[in-house]
Design a protein around this ligand. Structure first.
Ligand code: SF4
Length: 331
């Protein structure tokens, strides 16, 4: 469905926001894209949507190259197939229009439907996301944040998409609404064979919904593999630090986590240092396992235990003193 190859998005006089990223999303699959703010995850999502210019590489969608097609030139035949749900539902809802009008505006082939059929379809979409059909007659400000996000999802579904880029769709919601929204997105994906590119800073949230997870740091993929493995047993030092920082409820697990967090503890001054050079691992200044080779050579992607990792520790040929893991080259 989505095939991103060596994608680079760079702006003048700044390190690339996305730096040679390759990843795929299969039909009906959810790929979670995780990283801190500034990791390039949102830029990557926006590149898929045609909202930022691509500097290099390609974005294939169902066999068609779309990376160099900005959203305004994609045409309705392509636009409806890739939709998005943003963190702030207000960005896709016009406060001056009724909910019904906002959803109807996105209806695929809506121009060919009679008024009555449009009203009926909008009502069905609202019910599918857990709202009453009568919500169509009301305005966005009359709903809570979680309900507005449901409306934004109904609006995205109205286009009958095949791929939905979900950019932090639950991060502005309280915990219980967040769980409801994740369950709703999972149900909709199953019912409609949707594919999601699910972007979040929260590893635990992504593990809940994704089949596979790709972890981004300073525009590069650090680790990519099955959600349970990357989310629960991360191998890459950066993913381990993210995992250690995630809030958890269980006290015993918290203690274990705290120990890991101490091991991955990032000196405050190191965290503020600029990113790695092109010929180094970008995590070098923050990594508790960094060695000389990390600051002088970019790690290649290798496969270890079914997970793709960009870390010298997993490449026996890297020259890292602790690397002893047999691996195969990913690309
Ligand atoms: Fe740490 Fe080196 Fe691996 Fe980068 S390549 S994550 S610095 S051990």
């Amino acid at each position: 469905m989505l095939d991103v190859e060596e994608l680079t998005v760079a702006y003048p006089r700044r390190p690339p926001s996305v730096d040679g990223v390759s990843l795929t999303v299969g039909r009906g699959e959810t790929l979670g894209l995780v990283g801190e703010s500034g990791s390039g995850k949102t830029t990557l999502g926006r590149a898929v949507l045609g909202l930022v210019p691509v500097s290099g590489g390609r974005i294939g969608f169902d066999g068609q190259e779309i990376g160099h097609l900005p959203a305004v030139r994609r045409g309705p035949g392509l636009i409806h197939r890739i939709q998005t749900v943003f963190q702030d539902p207000n960005s896709s809802l016009n406060p001056a229009r009724t909910v019904g009008d906002s959803v109807a505006e996105s209806l695929h082939g809506g121009g060919r439907l009679s008024r009555a059929r449009r009203r009926e379809t909008v009502g069905e979409l609202l019910e599918r996301v857990g709202l009453p059909a009568v919500a169509a007659t009301r305005y966005p400000h009359e709903f809570s944040g979680g309900q507005r996000q449901r409306i934004a999802i109904a609006r995205a579904l109205a286009a009958e998409p095949e791929l939905v880029v979900c950019d932090e769709p639950t991060s502005a919601l309280d915990l219980s609404t967040q769980a409801q929204m994740l369950n709703l997105l999972s149900d909709l994906r199953r019912e409609q064979e949707l594919s999601y590119l699910f972007i979040s800073h929260d590893l635990a949230v992504v593990r809940h919904i994704a089949d596979r997870i790709a972890v981004l740091y300073q525009g590069r993929v650090m680790e990519c593999g099955p959600a349970d493995q990357v989310g629960l047993r991360p191998a890459h030092p950066y993913t381990q630090a993210l995992h250690a920082a995630a809030p958890i409820a269980d006290v015993a697990a918290q203690r274990t986590r705290r120990a890991a967090r101490t091991a991955a503890m990032i000196p405050a001054d190191a965290a503020r240092r600029p990113g790695g050079r092109p010929d180094s691992c970008p995590f070098t200044s923050r990594c508790p396992r960094a060695a000389d080779v990390c600051g002088s050579r970019r790690p290649r992607e290798v496969v270890h235990d079914g997970v793709t990792l960009a870390c010298h520790l997993f490449d026996p040929e890297s020259g890292h003193p602790d690397s002893a893991v047999p691996s195969s080259i990913a690309h």
